[in-house]
Ligand binder design. Structure first.
Ligand SMILES: Nc1nc2c(c(=O)[nH]1)N[C@H]1C(S)=C(S)[C@@H](COP(=O)(O)O)O[C@H]1N2
Ligand SMILES: [Mo]
Length: 428
């Protein structure tokens, strides 16, 4: 059947009612009655606090890897002076990284609606003409490019990394690290320029003194939602994200509230080993043959090269430590009861009886990231730092690192190497 031909033009009745075409550079083009100085100022102040937490906890996360200790720990070896602030990551309180990285990821997720609302509230400014009224104004707009681009980039890379489980292994760290510094350059400039005004607007109850509200629409449409209502909606969005993602930092029923994360399901593993697994043994190619009777631990130091079977390690003095696993992706477990040999005892056998040095740890795992790590002397010295053989009263499961794994207080999961094969003690 032939189709009826449609007329390409709109009915005259309709075109007559359409307003004159406005470009986005025309302030009259933007007609939401919600935009205004107070709306923007409230969101801006929330972001000032939230983004500061993100930046500081992000820098702490980098420091927690002990990147200057050894190149295997450093995911951005070209950082140069950007690593000026690095310090020896402490071993206490034992939940330190669980807290800082849980905050980093949870605050990041929760701020998404605030960031989007803030950008929406000022989007007409993006199109304002002329592009620059003065050198100062040009610099201000340039700083916005760093700020907005940097913030969107950081949120995107961070969210992809936690949601898709290492989407870009290796390169994530470099992207997120340098992106953060670009963002900071824009953020500091923007806050210096805008904070006094935001504070004035908030103090005066929303009316910018000495001028019109240039963020408000000159020709607003009738309101369907008050400004306060719009802020409440943004807050409700953040709250929803909070209650559906914070559970990743806990276990049991709380974890199951984390609907928005790959870590929100039931615990992996069984019995004593029923807690989250990052990479399974199968995923990294560790077979029962590698970890069976044939397995031997090699310990190197000034005393030479020593070898230990699992039975030999179990015959040594055993110590326990209640420590969590806390991953850079923001998920963590509560304290698990680990049992095994103290790293400082192994250091003594390796030829450091008095003052344990740093240690270089290598896994059986043959490829992939995180199969090697270096631990600083303060970590080796801590009595809770173990080469763990058991957890919660049972032998380690293959997925949690059988026959032996590292566990160190306050450290990121990345430094808790599984399926350990070699420990080399000495100054790195
Ligand atoms: N050999 C090896 N050890 C490893 C990893 C790895 O990929 N390979 N992943 C690390 C990371 S990123 C984390 S968060 C913890 C997770 O430990 P779990 O799987 O026992 O919870 O193991 C760490 N140890
Ligand atoms: Mo991790």
């Amino acid at each position: 059947m032939p189709e009826r031909r449609r007329t390409p033009t709109l009915p005259a009745r309709l075109t007559a009612r359409l307003p004159a075409l406005r470009t986005p550079a025309d302030p009259g083009c933007w007609r939401s009655p919600v935009r205004g100085a107070r709306f923007t100022a409230v969101l801006g102040v929330v972001l000032l606090a939230g983004l500061t937490v993100l930046f500081v906890t992000g820098l702490l996360s980098y420091a927690a890897y002990n990147p200057d200790l050894d190149p295997v720990n450093d995911k951005t070896p070209g950082k140069g002076w950007l690593g000026f602030y690095l310090f020896a990551w402490p071993t206490g309180p034992h939940w330190l990284y669980r807290l800082t990285q849980g905050l980093h990821v949870t605050v990041g997720v929760v701020l998404v609606p605030v960031l989007l609302a803030k950008l929406w509230s000022v989007v007409p400014r993006l199109f304002a003409l002329p592009p620059a009224r003065s050198v100062g104004h040009a610099l201000e707009r340039l700083s916005l490019l760093l700020l907005v681009g940097g913030a969107l980039f950081e949120f995107l890379t961070g969210l992809l990394n936690i949601q898709l489980d290492y989407l870009f292994p290796g390169s994530f760290y470099a992207l997120h690290f340098y992106g953060a510094w670009v963002f900071l350059a824009g953020f500091v400039t923007h806050v210096a320029l805008k904070l006094p005004r935001a504070v004035r607007v908030l103090r005066s109850g929303g009316i910018p003194r000495g001028g019109p509200d240039t963020l408000a629409a000159p020709d607003p449409l009738p309101a369907t939602l008050s400004r306060r209502g719009a802020l409440v909606m943004v807050g409700a969005g953040s709250l929803l994200l909070l209650v559906t993602s914070a559970g990743r930092s806990f276990d049991g029923p709380l974890r199951r509230t984390a609907l928005l994360t790959p870590r929100g399901g039931t615990e992996q593993g069984q019995g004593a080993n029923a807690f989250q697994v990052n990479k399974t043994a199968a995923a990294v190619g560790i077979t029962p043959a590698d970890t069976g009777e044939r397995w031997l631990l090699t310990v190197r130091g000034p005393a030479g090269e020593l070898r230990f079977s699992r039975a030999g390690l179990l015959a040594m003095e055993q110590h326990t430590a209640a420590l969590p696993i806390a991953c850079v992706e923001g998920w963590s477990t509560s304290d698990q009861l680990w049992r095994g040999v103290r790293l400082s005892d192994l250091a003594a056998l390796a030829g450091y009886p008095d003052r344990p040095p740093a240690v270089f740890v290598e896994s059986l795992q043959r490829s992939g990231s995180f199969r090697k790590a270096a631990l600083r002397d303060n970590q080796v010295r801590d009595g809770r730092s173990l080469l763990a053989l058991e957890v919660n009263g049972a032998p380690l499961s293959p997925d949690h690192g059988y026959p032996a794994r590292i566990i160190v207080p306050a450290a990121p999961g990345v430094l808790n190497t599984k399926w350990v094969e070699t420990l080399t003690f000495g100054e790195l």
